[in-house]
Design a protein around this ligand. Structure first.
Ligand code: TRP
Ligand code: CA
Ligand code: ZN
Length: 337
């Protein structure tokens, strides 16, 4: 038996013994740190969020780009590239064990869809949701706006499945249609939620443009508890953030907020210009837009900062784990060797 195997089996015994005694294992307990490198499924700590592999997020962006290219160059509401995008995301979630629902609505005389994915289990009376709009404008493939948020939410949902998580809260993920036509899909979703269902939401986290090529790191300042979870993650990485102000209420979280649901989210900037002070703390180019290709044909896979996409994907997972997976989480019985 190798040292690594011996240590793992010792860890497994400790976990089993603690569970039997009804003890909670503190987050980041060093005795439980996985030998490095360890396969994700073998991680004995279910408490810390996994590192989201940015390569996986980028692979989703490549697929969305291909679907736009094959369908007239966009993924807009009412166009075939939108339906192809939603089918791609749904297939990944179905294969990972999610319960998925397509919710249809009409806008401009055309049918559109939201995709809702529920992770089975968790307290049904506490729902934590993360979402992103999946539609692009008609003028381009919409890779930063909003393939970036869509892909990061997808990869976080897949990470929940890979981790075999048994979250404390019920986790739900959503991809909205027709955001670019005025937040239409998410408005339909929220308006059809009965009051008793709305009351179960502990939070809605929104991700719209999180890989801007000349990025800023903006955190929504709506709900202080959610805001703090994101800010703490950035603080732990030594990266400063600013409050998101570029058109507050210009994305799907506005519909949840108007319904009394606590909201938060991340944003890396659209057509506003990065200032000299911002370029000093974040790098990039002062005097240039955060996203020069915002709503245009050049919003392709070249229009992404991998660093921003990686950081925000990891911050997203951190928020889901911190707010939703919770301290009582135990790994599902899984043998590792
Ligand atoms: N929602 C806008 C779009 O999709 C982008 C945007 C502008 C935005 N300002 C924002 C997103 C502030 C989040 C927060 O085109
Ligand atoms: Ca990562
Ligand atoms: Zn957008």
């Amino acid at each position: 038996m190798s040292i690594r195997t011996a240590r793992r089996s010792w860890v497994r015994h400790l976990v089993t013994a603690c569970a039997a005694m009804g003890l909670l294992i503190p987050a980041g307990a060093s005795a439980l740190a996985a030998p490095s490198p360890a396969p994700a499924a073998a991680s004995p700590s279910a408490l810390a969020a996994p590192d989201i592999p940015v390569a996986n997020v980028k692979a989703h962006l490549s697929q969305l780009q291909s679907l736009a290219t094959a369908n007239g160059g966009n993924r807009a509401h009412g166009r075939p590239g939108y339906r192809a995008s939603i089918d791609y995301i749904k297939a990944k979630l179905d294969a990972a064990g999610y319960t998925t629902t397509l919710q249809s609505f009409t806008s401009g005389g055309t049918t559109g869809w939201n995709l809702i994915a529920d992770w089975p289990g968790g307290n049904p009376n506490t729902v934590l949701m993360a979402g992103a709009h999946l539609d692009s404008v008609t003028s381009g493939p919409g890779i930063n706006d909003n393939g970036s948020g869509s892909a990061a939410v997808l990869e976080t949902a897949l990470a929940v499945s890979r981790a075999g998580s048994a979250p404390e809260q019920h986790l739900r993920f959503g991809w909205w249609g027709a955001e670019e036509r005025g937040l239409v899909g998410s408005r339909n979703y929220v308006s059809r939620l009965p009051a008793a269902e709305r009351a179960k939401f502990t939070g809605y986290l929104n991700f719209d443009m999180i890989g801007s090529p000349n990025p800023g790191y903006f955190v929504y300042d709506d709900d202080p508890k959610i805001e703090k979870v994101f800010k703490d993650w950035y603080l732990s990485k030594g990266i400063s953030t600013e409050i998101e102000t570029e058109g507050d209420g210009r994305s799907d979280h506005a519909n949840f907020k108007n319904a009394g649901i606590p909201v938060g989210g991340l944003f890396t900037g659209a057509s506003r210009t990065k200032t000299t002070a911002q370029a000093q703390k974040w790098g990039g180019t002062a005097g240039q837009a955060f996203d020069r290709c915002y709503h245009s044909s050049c919003d392709t896979t070249s229009n992404i900062s991998d660093t921003a996409l990686d950081r925000n994907s990891d911050a997203l997972a951190h928020a889901i784990w911190t707010l939703g997976v919770g301290s009582a989480t135990a790994p599902r019985t899984k043998t590792t060797s």
